[in-house]
Design a protein around this ligand. Structure first.
Ligand code: FAD
Length: 307
């Protein structure tokens, strides 16, 4: 028989670990499952300067501290790549590559992944000038020249955010016009610090072995190569929610995100979603943690309502 819990939290990033903390502290039996090491995206983050309580902390260190807190009231943690969740009404079956577990409530906290450009230098300089999050890393580049790659809402909004910190922001876009909403475009074109390179294919993120020094692109019309000198390259070519395993639950929106109400409840009773995987605007550790606390409490209320 499958092992049963009050709640299974899928994904042990900051959101999932906080949900596990709140639920286990309310005396619920909790299993956290993750297909990697606990900590989620924090494991790929060097310095975090915007998590309250710490002037600066390394991502993996914050992950370890959150894990110690999350498991202190009995929440279990296990390795498991969740491939499917089946809603049998009162019980939900959580299927991993090796095992099946059951719980009356599920918290989905599987996060999201920034799409990569796939060019030379991108991986080498990730965290050393290459970034996918202006709110996270912009402050490291005060009065420097930066490049933003992309032309959608995120690229232009984050580019505008960066103009408050950087001396110059050059947007490199592969088309001859932006895809961002008109109002955002208007703001961007009116901003003196914003520059645009059109019809350009980024080829290479250049560096001096330590950090980014520029971005090389090819002009798609002329075939000529150019370099924009920059200390940072912010890449916004899409972000993908980690929700393939939850398609059968019928809780995803058209783009694959999970909409919830203020209690973090999805449209399926007993299924909650938090953190980067939710349909929302700001994807940060603080927001994931806040939603995790809410979900832990919502799970408690949901289970009480079943009695
Ligand atoms: P995640 O942290 O994404 O964790 C999701 C977890 O779910 C992962 O451990 C994953 O292995 C697991 N998982 C996914 N699918 C499955 C599955 N099918 N089965 C089992 N497990 C699964 N935010 C800040 O606030 N400040 C910063 O300075 C900052 N810097 C960042 C720097 C980088 C390089 C990156 C990538 C992100 C940064 N962020 C920062 C964003 C922040 O890390 C995320 O917003 C936050 O981690 C989201 O938390 P989460 O709990 O929703 O999901």
């Amino acid at each position: 028989m499958a092992k049963q819990y009050d709640v299974i939290v899928i994904g042990a990033g900051p959101g999932g670990m906080t949900a596990a903390l709140y639920a286990s502290r309310s005396n619920l039996s909790v299993l956290m499952l993750d297909r990697g090491i606990y900590g989620g995206q924090m494991n790929n983050t060097a310095e975090i300067e915007n998590y309250p309580g710490f002037k600066s902390i390394l991502g993996p260190d914050l992950g370890q501290q959150m894990y110690d807190g999350a498991t202190q009231f009995g929440a279990e943690y296990a390795y498991g790549n969740v491939s499917q969740v089946i809603n049998d009404g009162l019980w939900k079956r959580v299927i991993t590559d090796e095992e099946t577990f059951e719980a009356k409530a599920i918290v989905i906290a599987t996060g999201a992944e920034h799409r990569k450009l796939g060019v030379e230098g991108e991986e080498t300089y990730s965290g050393r000038g290459v970034s996918y999050c202006a709110v996270c890393d912009g402050a490291f580049f005060k009065n420097r020249e930066l490049v933003v790659v992309g032309g959608g809402d995120s690229a232009i909004e984050e580019g505008l955010y960066l103009t408050q910190l950087a001396s110059k922001v050059t947007v490199i876009h592969r088309r001859d016009q932006l895809r961002a909403q008109q109002i955002i475009q208007k703001r961007a074109f009116a901003n003196d610090k914003m520059n645009f390179v059109w019809d350009a294919q980024v080829e290479d993120i250049l560096g001096d072995d330590m950090k980014v020094t520029g971005v090389k692109y090819v002009d798609k019309d002329t075939g000529e190569e150019h370099v924009v000198p920059a200390s940072g390259a912010f890449i916004y070519v899409g972000i993908k929610p980690m929700t393939d395993s939850f398609k059968d639950l019928d809780i995803l929106d058209d783009a694959g995100w999970i909409p919830t109400d203020d209690e973090m409840a999805t449209r399926v009773p007993g299924v909650f979603a938090i953190g980067d995987v939710r349909a929302k605007n700001l994807r940060q550790i603080t927001t994931a943690v806040g939603e995790g606390g809410q979900a832990g409490q919502s799970v408690f209320n949901y289970l009480q309502s079943l009695e």
